[in-house]
Design a protein around this ligand. Structure first.
Ligand SMILES: Nc1ncnc2c1ncn2[C@@H]1O[C@H](COP(=O)(O)OP(=O)(O)OP(=O)(O)O)[C@@H](O)[C@H]1O
Length: 309
């Protein structure tokens, strides 16, 4: 594994006394897409801001492709592209000038062909001569992404990139993210949209109250924590779950016509076969059945709830 980003024992206590990060350890591989999930105020932006040199850590170290973000700030920062949560783009400049200027800030030689490609990828090329102030909010957000990419970063941070953007931009963005990843760029995104993490991430980190609760391969996480639910629609309503079925984790709906059964997909035995035969022995006829996999959203909600004091 080649490490793109290494975070060790990172903590941050703001001047107000609030501890936003508590001893975070995290290794991010080159070329992976990591989604950081967490409720409001979890510390996601603080983490990104420290890595980008915008906030000073209280303890700990961060290295970007081997460069320490404090001792070797310029080298480390040059490898990073940041698309912040807030829109702040120069109003009077044109799209082209703004994006070109961003590249220049990192001391990189002009590369008009590259800037053109970035603008085309973001469906911004037709707007290249327009002033930013004349653009819609969605277009401004595209400009922010273009600015972050102009100096060819190896690690791209997207802080809640799709909050309030339309479906079109979201799709463009994920296409671009996948293409960047194919060229070896490491992508770290924070999001409230769990389906976004589910769709795009290779690994998912869950952060809450400044603590990294887990970091796990997405597929593995879903396999480990994912439970399936079996829904059984009954031919005849029942008043209560028969005593003979008390060993199973069953729930009966209000109408008495639907039983639900939670089971672990990773378990050796799901218990479905014995459950069905026990139902039959109890004289309960099943009209229809259906299974449903828990989504990452369910997993996230249950994790955050479980850990709550
Ligand atoms: N400059 C600051 N001074 C004091 N406290 C701060 C500062 N910036 C952030 N905080 C606090 O630190 C905690 C973590 O905030 P942060 O913005 O990192 O969370 P987040 O996970 O990005 O949240 P959101 O999803 O709402 O953006 C919050 O309680 C916040 O109020």
């Amino acid at each position: 594994m080649t490490t793109a980003l290494s975070i060790k024992d990172l903590s941050k206590t703001y001047d107000t006394g609030l501890t936003a990060l508590k001893s975070v350890d995290l290794e991010i591989r080159r070329g992976e897409i990591l989604a950081l999930l967490g409720p409001n105020g979890a510390g996601k932006t603080t983490l990104i801001s420290i890595i980008c040199g915008l906030v000073k850590p209280s303890t700990g170290t961060v290295t970007v492709e081997g460069h320490d973000i404090v001792a070797d700030f310029r080298q480390a920062r040059q490898l990073i592209g940041l698309v912040p949560q807030e829109l702040h783009v120069e109003s009077f400049e044109t799209v082209w000038d703004t994006v070109t200027y961003s590249r220049g800030l990192f001391g990189k030689k002009p590369a008009p062909a590259l800037i053109e490609q970035i603008l085309r990828d973001l469906s911004l090329f037709e707007k290249k001569d327009e002033r930013i102030m004349a653009l819609s909010g969605g277009m401004k957000r595209r400009v922010m992404i273009a600015k972050a990419l102009a100096h060819e970063p190896r690690i791209l941070f997207l802080d809640e990139p799709t909050a309030g953007v339309d479906v079109e931009l979201r799709k463009d963005m994920w296409r671009l993210v996948n293409r960047l990843r194919d060229t070896g760029v490491t992508i770290i995104l924070t999001t409230h949209y769990i389906e976004e993490a589910e769709e795009i991430a290779d690994r998912v980190g869950v952060i809450r109250k400044g603590e990294l609760l887990l970091v796990e391969d997405k597929v593995e996480l879903m396999r480990k924590l994912g439970q399936k639910q079996l829904t059984l629609d009954l031919q005849q309503p029942i008043d209560q779950i028969p005593e003979a079925l008390s060993d199973y984790e069953l729930a009966l709906d209000m109408a008495g016509t639907r039983l639900t059964y939670q089971y672990d997909t990773a378990a050796q035995r799901t218990g479905i076969a014995t459950l069905l035969s026990a139902l039959s022995s109890a004289g309960i006829t099943v009209k229809d059945l259906d299974t449903e996999q828990r989504s990452l959203e369910d997993i996230f909600v249950s994790l955050v709830e479980e850990e709550a004091p």
